[in-house]
Write a protein that binds this ligand. Structure first.
Ligand SMILES: Nc1ncnc2c1ncn2[C@@H]1O[C@H](COP(=O)(O)OP(=O)(O)OP(=O)(O)O)[C@@H](O)[C@H]1O
Length: 555
């Protein structure tokens, strides 16, 4: 209620005439009576909320979508990694087709029904060059060419011309990225959430997978929404299904929910199973062509049992590219197994979640069944150690917050056997060696696999290979990094593998010349938890001693 309206109503409801002093106070804003009468400033909360989709749209660089070129690269790799996870989850030898089709601006405009328009006021544009500036640039280029010609005649290194490095922001280029696999496919009803709700996926359990965050495919869609405004197309069928799901959707960024344009079932006469994802985004092939091709080659090294068909299509025929990375073996690593948590790797929040999700009513059964490496006898001893407030029959739902802290503290201090590496699926020395030989044709190759080791309660295995010589291998160290069998191409300098190869290995002991020999170093780490720095999954930090030591020993 507005204070000024009650004008000093009495208990009896009759209105008192305001005194002269009060009236004065009201006018000047002084005195107790008047302060009550002044209207209060409306309290409006400053608190705002952001949906996860909004957060990642605003911070897309942390998911590997730094600029158009990198976004093209990341989109392609997210789709390829999902395709591999999917085929391997049903023990199907992966057969994956990736197509990146360049779409000219004019084609893009036709696609979205926008009429092309000629520039009228040239000076408005970023790439506008006055005639004076043009003269200056051409003169500079001529001088540069002259020096280049001299250098080339003297056998010196020749640099790119300044013009080739590009100027201004240039025009946007658009690409249709399509990835088709022969994997598991997705349930019809789940597809909208899998692609239209950030932080949703099927890979959150404790299992070695390439995917981890429930983010990659959604980021590709968010980027398409940000750069072209176009939805994503998904085609999918699961083994034995007599229909194919067709789904077209985009994402409501503010609500973090899918916005479905089409979601229907069509006949599956060819008994096809798998998925085909298509997205149209802005990208930059010129700057990221080489990264994309390196990624494919490295993926072929670590996945020699897969077949990849990579195509780049453009109206400019000379840019077109078709590369087939053929399958060289039918030996596939085993499907990684879902495992339970190790007691020393859980925090208080996770213990609470496990209690909410468990089907085991009492403490003894809970400890025995929800964790690895706790037998019945061990669980009994642990409960005894917790104190008189705990018994084997204590119902887990009755545990107080203090009791949960007690369990957590005991988990951190007690000794448990290391988790076994049986749930992991390394490439295998045979596959790693085969992959290296098939893609690099070296003169010599040696491989090694470590036994399973542990960091923070998570098992991991390091496999390594070293090659000498080969095709398309430059002099010096050529480092190939893999984590859960995905190639890592960015942030090389800070990565544990690069640092180990460069600083902690004395190559001369092995009579290898680090500067002159063509050395290939291949290190693959698999684990139920890869400690990536950032959601872009680009590098593993150098700060986990167990991993750093194991990488050194294996290399
Ligand atoms: N080609 C595919 N075949 C089958 N399922 C798929 C495919 N692509 C995506 N999915 C499903 O969609 C889910 C979400 O994929 P998304 O790429 O967003 O996240 P993720 O792979 O789980 O994790 P990350 O963000 O680490 O890549 C996956 O967990 C998977 O269940």
């Amino acid at each position: 209620m507005d204070d000024s309206s009650d004008g000093g109503a009495t208990a009896g409801g009759t209105k008192k005439k305001p005194s002269a002093a009060a009236a004065k106070g009201k006018a000047t804003g002084k005195g107790k009576a008047t302060s009550k009468a002044v209207p209060k400033a409306k309290e409006s909360s400053l608190l705002k909320q952001k949906s996860p989709a909004e957060f990642f749209a605003e911070n897309k660089n942390i998911a590997g979508f730094d600029n158009p070129g990198k976004s093209l690269y990341t989109t392609m790799r997210e789709l390829v990694e999902n395709a591999l996870d999917s085929a391997e989850s049903i023990s199907e030898l992966p057969d994956i087709e990736i197509t990146i089709e360049e779409i000219t601006k004019s084609k893009f405009n036709t696609m979205i029904g926008l009429v092309d328009r000629e520039r009228v006021d040239e000076a408005l544009y970023d790439d506008f060059e006055s005639s004076k500036a043009r003269e200056k640039r051409l003169a500079k280029e001529a001088r540069f060419q002259e020096t280049q010609a001299k250098n080339s005649a003297l056998g010196k290194k020749v640099k790119d011309t300044p013009a080739a490095r590009g100027k201004g922001r240039g025009e946007a280029s658009f690409f249709r990225v399509t990835c088709k696999d022969n994997g598991r496919g997705m349930p019809h009803e789940d597809i909208p959430n899998m692609f239209g709700r950030v932080l949703s996926g099927t890979k959150y359990g404790l299992r070695q997978t390439r995917g981890k965050f429930g983010l990659g495919a959604k980021m590709a869609l968010i980027w398409s929404k940000m750069s072209t405004g176009l939805p994503i197309d998904i085609k999918s069928s699961m083994k034995g299904q007599d229909y194919i799901t067709f789904c077209r959707l985009d994402i409501d960024i503010h609500k973090n929910v899918p916005h479905i344009h089409l979601h229907e079932k069509r006949e599956n006469n060819d008994h096809w199973h798998g998925a085909e994802i298509q997205v149209i985004i802005e990208g930059n092939w010129t700057t990221h062509r080489s990264r994309i091709l390196h990624y494919m080659r490295q993926m072929a090294v670590i996945t020699p049992y897969a077949q990849f068909l990579f195509r780049f299509l453009s109206d400019a025929a000379e840019k077109n590219l078709t590369i087939k990375f053929a399958r060289r073996t039918d030996v596939m690593p085993p499907v990684p197994l879902l495992t339970k948590h190790h007691p020393s790797a859980v925090d208080l929040l996770l213990i609470k979640r496990l209690i909410t999700d468990t089907t085991k009513p009492n403490l003894l059964q809970f400890l025995q069944h929800e964790f690895v490496n706790i037998s019945k006898a061990h669980a009994d001893r642990l409960i005894g150690e917790m104190g008189p407030d705990f018994s084997a029959k204590t119902t887990v739902n009755s545990l107080t917050s203090q009791q949960l802290v007690r369990i957590h503290q005991l988990f951190r201090q007690a000794k448990f056997d290391d988790p076994s590496g049986n749930c992991l699926s390394p490439a295998g020395e045979y596959n790693l060696r085969l992959g290296i030989i098939k893609e690099l044709h070296p003169d010599l190759v040696a491989t090694h696999a470590s036994s399973p080791q542990v960091f923070e309660g998570h098992p991991f295995i390091v496999e390594a290979g070293v090659s000498i010589g080969g095709k398309d291998v430059k002099q010096g160290l050529n480092i190939f990094r893999f984590a859960n069998r995905i190639p890592l191409l960015f942030e090389q300098g800070a990565d544990v593998i690069t640092r180990t190869a460069l600083k902690r290995i004395n190559w001369s002991i092995y009579k290898i010349n680090q500067q002159q020999d063509k050395i290939g170093v291949f290190v693959s780490i698999v684990s139920t938890k890869i400690p990536f720095k950032g959601t872009g999954k680009e590098y593993i930090g150098d700060d986990i001693t167990e991993i750093a030591d194991a990488v050194k020993v294996s290399s």
